[in-house]
Design a protein. Sequence first.
Length: 420
Amino acid sequence: MSTATIAKPKAHQPGKGGRRMSLPVLLLVISGVLILTSIVRLITGADGITSTGQMSTALRAAVPIGLAGLGGLWAERAGVVNIGLEGMMILGTWFGAWAGYQWGPWTGVVFGIIGGALGAVLHAIATVTFNVNHIVSGVALNILALGVTRYLSKFTFEDAPQGSSKQSPPIDSLGTFDIPGLSGWLETLNDKHWFLVSDLAGLVGGLITNLSPLTVVAVALVPGTWYVLWRTSFGLRLRSCGENPVAAESLGVNVYKYKYIAVIISGGFAGLGGAFLSIVASNVYLDGQTAGRGYIGLAAMIFGNWMPGGLALGAGLFGYTDSLNLRGGATNVHALILLLAILLVAGVAYLAWRKKYVPAAITAAVSALMFIWYVSTDDVPNQVVTATPYVVTLLVLSLSAQRLRMPKADGLPYRKGQGK
């Protein structure tokens, strides 16, 4: 069958919220945010917000979120909502650690992928074969994965050396590497705290310093996903299942097969993210290790409008806020309150220009509250630091909801031959 006859999904059409942001405009926005961040750093003295160490930690925190988001992207582009990403990540952390401490970290990575894929098979059977509500199936899988891994831990890790019922034995490291010469030079430049130059050095330096090989693999999967889904006949068929499965079936596409493939790949990505947590982010499995990152990955996918590039930006944003818990969180979050207040002022100007006066007034009020909060305090409670990734998730989703455009058949029940 020729894929040329399949009507391409209207993924690039603007949604109801307005035109899609072009690459030059996006780069301009990123540049503006970086300049404002540099100004805020100079005003507050919070040099850590753009330090090499902060950016390196942010990248490490963003990887499992991004992998979960990629998993959600594959499933939802085929029309299957995957709320079960959290459960697949949980299975990935446990399987990765179980195999990793016995047979080495790379074996653990493979088993982590397999663990996530096993959870995905259950989700695919429920949603594709039996047409179970996708949300119900995903939530059930999350609960099942949590219970199964806790049960298995008692019989596998409790009697192992340095293990317990809630923690695996240590796993050997995959190792890290820097870019010789360049990493050290950028870190030195970052330490000078020059306006913008040092901030750029911190950003770039964090991306090439203390890298795990698995981080490189994870980053490469983003353009790889884009190429497969948007530049191959396989990807065209898969995306047609998420846009109009009846039309795809009429042109000879085996919709069930593509949905199964997409969901299993989705679980593999989420399982890889879980293995990253237990093998790279820490060298042990811990009960509750995912800490909702599967849900944040889903939020990153939605923020990215079901596109790999936007998803990567969302994962980076959430990873950055997540990393604040580990490096000078209270001071850095206090500085980010000022940055957020300034960004909201820019938002007020944009909304007023679009003649959306009520949202502009609400945004102005929130911005004023942020300024008052910053001026009247010198620090923020640790509870605020811990909650920052989740608050940012909700804030970003609420602000971006107007421009989202999900696949048309995402989450809708499908039966073979229903168009006849």
